[in-house]
Design a protein. Structure first.
Lengths: 301, 314
């Protein structure tokens, strides 16, 4: 592999060589800019807070400690956050994907009466809405405040994803549908037995977006949920990372305020690592769906 | 439908049109009741009913008395915020954040796609992409947590610079932090669409260009740029249309008491005024103002595209 690349490179005109080298350098700098902070956070998460504050990173392993990880992992609140985030993300993904895939089917059929009407109704909501307060008051009037439904239901139907799924359906050869109709198959049987099985790439893509989106968001949970027991991970993280107010149980055994503040700082590093780990592990498995989803979206444009 | 004996037998009178519709509905009721109804109900309840709630913007809203029972004040809220110097600052903050964000953030993924396209080995390219896309999967909260740590007086950036600035409390640093972290997180992910467009550029065309002795600049001019031009245009227009919808989540998570001068934007202001202070009418009015500007921008951009694109809008 390598020698071949080398010869390809050496065949290039010298102007191209310079350009290529510049291109590789810029790309390398960008990669370093992504990786460097990540490595810094990983290393810092193992270092004693006082040492870190005074001397920065050190490879004197006697100063390394697992205290932060022990404290974060033994704290109940972060596990509650993980559990809630998982429940919300899984349920939201299921509800959202089902509603969206169903709606996309009639919208993909040219003979569907009322297609223009529904299309207008849906597309308007992409550009215009009631805004924060009217939506909040509606949720409140429906008695959904501080319930899981406020997180799962209002945003379940995504017009954008519906358009993407519809575009994908429309790319499925018509003969499949005609064959199904001759067999006397109903809409339901055609949809579930014939259409959906050939649409797995787009289903996986939309599911991934919805799951990651719910897992990583905090706004809806912040305004609709009050109980500590219902908080998803991102709100627990917000208390630790943004407000610097970790759950008192994590730091209360420290004698002085200063020591508590120092520990609260160290906890941030470990919290970042622990909370990002699940998605970072899952992420490479998503990779094969990236392109298909993006391209499906691009077709529409 | 075509082979339906009923519709063949039916004449062209209005009555039979009704009849046809009924027959169609009886045959295809599943499309409406099972496929369409859930999405339709969700849209009506959670998107259209709140639009009716916009009337709150014209009242001194009292939650106990409801919209109709609250005092009607007309455009008083609009007059109040449009004449307030604070609001003007928030509007300017919002615009600066998105305009500068677009200026810096828009070219970054295009550049990345061109750079990636120059990597010859497919395996290396895939590994680089894995790193480039990774930040997209970090949550806003974790991103802002990392930013706060790195920019703290004893953080990594100050260590590298040999200084001890507290960047998070400097209003002058806020926009740079917001935009740079946005590029850090999003540029790789946003480059996917251009990378895909580039790889769609005909391989033969490119090989022919290489055989003809075209250098890299000429290849870009003749093959690569034409392949992504349309995508770039569409993406640009969509970004301009979204210029007033700066996300709440990140701005709010990067705010500190001391950088509010630059970091208070319309969406965070709407949240604070409405949900924290309970000034529902005023907050709804500000939100409505923002939405209306956004719609005007979108319609304008769409008209422009239609003109340039022979009548085809987005």
């Amino acid at each position: 592999m390598k020698p071949k690349k080398k010869s390809e490179f050496s065949k290039l005109p010298s102007g191209d060589k310079t350009l290529l080298i510049i291109a590789y350098v810029i790309l390398a700098l960008f990669l370093i800019a992504i990786i460097l902070p990540v490595i810094y956070i990983i290393l810092a998460s193992f270092i004693d807070p006082i040492t870190l504050q005074n001397n920065g990173l050190t490879f004197d392993f006697s100063k390394w400690t697992l205290t932060a990880y022990e404290r974060v992992l033994s704290n109940g609140q972060i596990w509650v956050g993980f559990k809630n985030a998982l429940i919300y993300s899984v349920l939201f993904t299921i509800i959202s994907v089902v509603v969206t895939l169903l709606a996309a089917y009639p919208m993909s059929r040219a003979d569907f009466k009322g297609r223009g009407f529904f299309n207008t109704i849906f597309v308007i909501t992409m550009f215009f809405g009631g805004g924060l307060i009217p939506t909040y008051l509606l949720i409140s009037n429906l008695g959904m405040l501080d319930t899981i439904w406020a997180i799962l239901i209002p945003g379940a139907f995504s017009v954008w994803n519906m358009i993407i799924a519809r575009t994908y359906y429309m790319g499925i050869p018509r003969d499949l549908q005609e064959a199904a109709e001759i067999d006397g198959a109903t809409e339901m049987i055609y949809f579930f037995r014939i259409l959906l099985p050939v649409c797995t790439p787009i289903i996986a893509t939309i599911s991934m977006w919805q799951f990651v989106g719910m897992w990583n968001s905090y706004f809806d949970a912040m305004i609709y949920l009050n109980s500590a027991s219902k908080q998803p991970l991102q709100l627990v993280l917000r208390a630790i990372l943004i407000q610097s107010q970790p759950d008192p149980g994590m730091v209360s055994d420290m004698q002085s305020t200063a020591a508590r503040a120092q520990l609260a700082e160290l906890l941030k590093y470990a919290t970042i690592i622990i909370s990002s780990l699940p998605l970072m592990i899952m992420y490479p498995f998503f990779q094969k769906y990236f392109d298909s989803g993006i391209m499906a979206g691009a077709v529409k444009g | 439908m075509k082979n339906n004996p009923d519709s063949v037998a039916a004449g062209s009178s209005g009555n039979s049109k009704m009849h046809n519709a009924l027959v169609y509905f009886r045959q295809h009721w599943q499309l409406y009741v099972i496929f369409m109804l859930p999405a339709f109900l969700l849209t009506i309840i959670f998107r259209y009913i709140p639009m009716g709630g916009i009337a709150i913007a014209f009242t001194e809203y009292n939650p106990i008395r409801g919209i109709l029972g609250s005092e009607w004040v007309g455009f008083e809220h609009f007059q109040r915020f449009l004449s307030s110097p604070d609001f003007l600052r928030y509007l300017v903050n919002t615009l600066k954040l998105s305009v500068f964000g677009l200026l810096w953030g828009f070219p970054a993924p295009i550049l990345l796609a061109f750079l990636l396209n120059r990597i010859m080995s497919a395996k290396t390219k895939q590994k680089i992409q894995l790193v480039l896309y990774m930040p997209n999967f970090i949550s806003v909260i974790v991103l802002c947590g990392i930013v706060r740590i790195l920019l703290a007086p004893t953080g990594m950036l100050n260590m590298l610079l040999g200084t001890s600035y507290n960047f998070m409390t400097m209003p002058s640093a806020f926009r740079t932090i917001y935009i740079a972290s946005g590029i850090w997180q999003g540029a790789g992910w946003a480059s996917i669409i251009y990378t895909a467009a580039l790889s769609n550029a005909s391989k033969e065309l490119k090989e022919a260009a290489v055989i003809d002795g075209a250098n890299i600049i000429q290849q870009i001019q003749a093959v690569e740029w034409p392949a992504i031009k349309d995508t770039v245009l569409i993406q640009f227009i969509m970004s301009v249309g979204n210029i007033m919808s700066v996300g709440f989540e990140k701005a709010y998570a990067l705010q500190t008491d001391l950088n509010l001068n630059a970091s208070e934007i319309i969406s965070t202001y709407v949240y604070k005024k409405g949900l924290l202070d309970g000034d529902y009418g005023f907050s709804t009015a500000v939100g409505l103002f923002n939405t209306v500007i956004n719609v005007i921008l979108l319609v304008t951009m769409n008209t422009l595209v239609k003109k340039m694109n022979d009548g085809k809008g987005i």
